[in-house]
Design a protein. Sequence first.
Length: 189
Amino acid sequence: MLNFVFLGPPGSGKGTQSAKLIEDFGFIHLSTGDIFRAELKSGSPLGLEAKGYLDSGQLVPDEVVVRMIEQKLDANAHNAGYIFDGFPRTQVQAEALDALLESKGMPLNQVLLLEVPDAILRERLTERAKTSGRSDDANPEIIEKRIRVYQQETLPLTDYYSKQEKLSRVPGVGHIDEIYARIRIALSI
Ligand code: B4P
């Protein structure tokens, strides 16, 4: 079992690379962004609660995110392991994930940081807006907000995971397959 976190700014390719890893290795994918968008689409109370945060590029409150992950982990006991994609995004979430995994006797093996310069993130998200229908991709101000929130709230987690000796930095610019090869080397799979 291999459990790891994908850390990276919005548009760094966390979802793109997760899809390839799932296909090849059968990991369970826990993408908090995907889950919120699915809940929103189904009109559930959780989706309605998250909507304002997603639309404005802000983070959904920690207690909501942690509660949701707790439920998904319980519902998904699995051997191959978990990809935590876009979670944790704050120190509170990182500590909650450590506690949750410890309570289940599951290790967090590694944390991969996908590094991509801001200018390329802006290009990718603006391009994705043409097909994704995502309101948070369609507005340049919201994109800037998401990048700022990442730098303020999420980037400090690199220190947290460096201290645990779990952080691997992966350059996230280049062809998707090239980046995938780097990730496989980093994970030794
Ligand atoms: P997420 O769904 O996590 O969205 P993301 O960061 O925009 O996407 P990702 O990095 O996965 O990029 P992708 O592979 O799609 O978050 C959305 C929102 O949900 C947040 O703003 C927040 O409100 C909320 N949320 C989520 N998790 C939360 C949490 N834990 N706590 C609180 N709030 C939370 O790639 C982007 C684009 O680039 C795609 O179009 C792709 O095709 C392209 N691309 C990828 N790799 C490429 C490459 N190598 N070259 C060229 N293009 C590439």
